[in-house]
Design a protein around this ligand. Sequence first.
Ligand SMILES: Cc1ncc(COP(=O)(O)O)c(C=O)c1O
Length: 363
Amino acid sequence: MRRTRREERAVTPRHGFGERFTDHMVMLEWTAEGGWAGRPRLLPYGDLTFSPAMAGLHYGQVVFEGLKAHRRQDGTLATFRPDAHARRFRQSARRLAMPELPEELFLEAVDAFVGRDGALLPAGDPTLSLYLRPVLFASEACLALRPARAYTFLLMGFVTGGFFSDRPDPVSVLVSRDFSRAAPGGTGQAKCAGNYAGAFLAQRAAAEAGCRQVVWLDPVERRWIEEMGGMNLFFVRGTGPSAELVTPPLTGTLLPGVTRDALLTLAAQRGYTVREERISVEQWRAQSESGVLTETFACGTAALVTPVGEARDGDERWLIGGGKPGAVTMELRDALSDLHQGRAADPHGWLRACAVSGEEATR
Ligand SMILES: Cc1ncc(COP(=O)(O)O)c(C=O)c1O
């Protein structure tokens, strides 16, 4: 299909994940005196000015979300579970003593943005999606050590072919023994900026060890697997219809992934036994080596479902499923993308259709 010059600019493969943004953004302010200042406003994408004393910059009162809009095979656009992302956005804000954006305003912002810039998502290329980044930060110019009294909500986005590329090549991972992502009572289950800043050094250590991603362990016993970089993890035991899936439980130190939640449902629907259960690094290695554990995959909005082919823990190294993508992994990956692209029915109402200006859409 022929793309317009504007579309070419937005989807050009020269740009990596999150490097090039679409033409608009949505904005809404909150103050302690007035609450939310009306309804989200659609504006041209552009730089902002702020005080050097902006509280979010100093004390890290910043929460964000990541969700996607896809073009379905009938040509219409739909966002995946924006209501679940709106809920998590509120929960993250609550944890950081920030105002909670009402879900209807979050959805209104999503619809306004996708309605305007969704047209950049070309038809006929199911590998592309529109990644939406809502963010809320303390914008008050004040260095008092207390929750700020003014906040700004923004929503921006970009067209992406996927976080690791659109191909499900297995990734290698390093178990982090030196760093923890979260602590009991901390902010691990909130999607706040500081969690990511604290993870970069471990991610760099993984890269230096020749691995693509870092695997986080529980911060207390440093034994139980929690998640991988910015994705949740699933482990498959056995093969065929009797395969069972295990994912670490939401202990408060993991981010409760929207994709994780969807896959628990999709896997159960396909007849697999699914369990939220702890799995230790020792079990992961021993069971991968014995062949009891056949697959491991990571899941998240940005990279969908990504097979993990090889793991490393200090001097130990092991392959999972011979280092190849497993059948259950690929089945669930396809199930999710069939849903995104409208090739499968949506019995749970996870897709929110969006009318794009200048295009016809149905809800
Ligand atoms: C730390 C972390 N874990 C898991 C996930 C996966 O969550 P979701 O499926 O909602 O994208 C993300 C991405 O948001 C993340 O940042």
